[in-house]
Design a protein around this ligand. Structure first.
Ligand code: HEC
Length: 106
């Protein structure tokens, strides 16, 4: 009986320790998620030309861009630029995240 109780307490403190660690990880991970959050990335790198609501401006409207281009094609546009749009405004995971998000705008 006593052993069981100790086991329970031990288990509980382990769980607590695991939770504490998880909390820290989540905080770190949260930072990364915010970095790869497509809306934030778009606001930082693209909205100056395409508008905060994808309504367009110096660049074309992107509100229904997903019906025109696939994620891959949008990634290509981000990587290579198009017309007066400069290339490599975003790269790697960030470019993919924004392309995926835009490709879903139909
Ligand atoms: C300096 C202004 C500028 C910035 C910043 C910019 N764009 Fe563009 N973008 C343009 C212009 C101008 C075009 C039209 C180019 C052309 O076809 O002549 C364009 C075209 C596009 C197109 C193709 C639209 C179509 O209908 O063919 C996509 C998709 C696009 N941009 C996505 C993005 C994304 C995503 C970002 C951020 C990573 C971004 N743009 C940042 C100016 C910009």
């Amino acid at each position: 009986m006593k052993k069981k109780l100790i086991g329970l307490l031990f288990g509980a403190s382990l769980a607590l320790a695991a939770c504490g660690g998880g909390g820290d990880d989540a905080a770190d991970g949260g930072g990364e998620t915010a970095k790869a959050d497509p809306e934030t990335l778009f606001a930082q790198s693209c909205s100056g030309c395409h508008g905060g609501e994808l309504q367009g401006g110096a660049g074309p409207e992107l509100a229904a861009i997903g019906s025109k281009y696939s994620q891959e094609e949008i990634e290509n546009i981000i990587a290579n630029g198009q017309g007066t749009m400069p290339p490599k405004l975003l790269e790697g995971e960030e470019a993919s995240a924004v392309a995926e998000w835009l490709a879903a705008k139909k």
